[in-house]
Design a protein around this ligand. Structure first.
Ligand SMILES: [Zn+2]
Length: 276
C-alpha cells in the first residue's frame, strides 16, 4: 500500500486535465498543408472554447472539484473571457505552447522563443505565470526539460515512465516534478477525427461506452494501488453531450470512492516537492 503518497489519508490521486487547443491546432495544420484549408476544418476548433468549456466548468462546479487546463498562448489571446471564467472558477491553467507546434520540430532558439512568448501571454491575460507545462503533441525536444527548469516551471506532464509523479534532476542539481501522461488515458486516440489528410494519433471515432469502461477500469486499478490517475482530454472532443454525461458518471465514481484526491497538477506537484 502506498497511502503515504497522498495528503490527508487519501488513498489515490486523480487529475482531470483538458488541453484546450481550440482552433490553434487546426491553424497550424492548415499552414503546414493547404489541403487542410477548408471551412469545416477551420471551424473544427471553435467547439472547444465556445461549447465544451462551459459544460466542463458546470460539471466541476457541481462536484466542487478543480481541474487543469493546458492552453496555447494564442488560444488564450483569442478567448480572454474563457480564460477569465476558468481562472475565476479556481481551476489551473498550464502552458501548452504559444502556437500548437511540436517542440521537437524546433531549433533550441525557436523553442525558447515559443516558450517565452507563451509566458508573456500568461502575464498579459492571466496575470501570473503557470506552474505546469504540457507539450503540444505530447512530444519534447532534448532541450525542453532544461528550458522549463530555467523558466521556473514546477512540473511537466508529457512523459510516460510510471503512474505516480517523479523528479527530473538536471545537471545543476535543480529538480522539478513530472506528472506522467498516458496515451490510453487520452481522448485523442479514441475520439480525434477530421476529414482530409489523416492526423497523427487518431484511430477513428470510438463508441463512448467502451472508452469510458476502459478509463474506469484504469482508475479502479490505480485507486486500488494508491497511484495517480491522469486523464487527458480535449474539450472539442470530450465536450460532446453524450461524452460529457459519461465523464460525469466517471467523475461521480471517482468522487464516490471517498478517498481519492481529485485535484490539479500544480497541487500534486507542490505536494510532491514538499514530501519527497
Ligand atoms: Zn494540444
Amino acid at each position: 500500500m502506498s497511502q503515504e503518497l497522498w495528503p490527508d489519508d487519501y488513498r489515490a490521486a486523480a487529475m482531470f486535465s483538458f488541453d484546450l487547443d481550440g482552433t490553434e491546432l487546426w491553424r497550424t495544420k492548415i499552414e503546414a498543408d493547404s489541403e487542410f484549408d477548408k471551412p469545416p476544418i477551420r471551424s473544427r476548433g471553435r467547439f472547444g472554447p465556445e461549447v465544451a468549456v462551459p459544460r466542463v466548468l458546470d460539471l466541476f462546479d457541481r462536484y466542487d472539484r478543480r481541474c487543469t487546463f493546458y492552453i496555447p498562448g494564442r488560444v488564450m489571446e483569442d478567448n480572454p473571457e474563457v480564460v477569465g471564467r476558468i481562472v475565476d472558477a479556481g481551476h489551473e491553467i498550464g502552458h501548452h505552447g504559444y502556437e500548437h507546434i511540436n517542440p521537437a520540430t524546433m531549433t533550441p532558439d525557436e523553442e525558447e522563443a515559443e516558450l517565452k512568448r507563451g509566458l508573456d501571454v500568461f502575464d498579459d491575460v492571466v496575470g501570473e505565470r503557470p506552474d505546469g507545462y504540457r507539450s503540444p503533441a505530447a512530444d519534447l525536444s532534448d532541450n525542453t526539460l532544461e528550458l522549463l527548469a530555467d523558466n521556473g516551471f514546477v512540473y511537466e506532464s508529457s512523459l510516460l515512465d510510471t503512474d505516480v509523479p517523479f523528479f527530473h534532476t538536471l545537471d545543476d542539481g535543480s529538480r522539478f516534478v513530472e506528472i506522467p501522461f498516458e496515451w490510453s488515458l487520452d481522448d485523442w486516440p479514441f475520439f480525434g477525427f477530421n476529414m482530409y489528410p489523416p492526423l497523427p494519433y487518431q484511430s477513428g471515432i470510438s463508441p463512448t461506452g467502451p472508452v469510458f469502461d476502459s478509463w474506469t477500469r484504469e482508475f479502479d486499478g490505480i485507486h486500488r494501488r494508491g497511484r495517480c490517475f491522469v486523464l487527458t482530454m480535449h474539450p472539442q472532443l470530450i465536450g460532446r453531450a453524450g461524452r460529457m454525461d459519461a465523464l460525469e458518471t466517471l467523475l461521480d465514481h471517482v468522487v464516490d470512492t471517498g478517498d481519492t484526491w481529485v485535484t490539479t497538477g500544480d497541487a500534486i506537484a507542490e505536494h510532491w516537492l514538499e514530501t519527497h
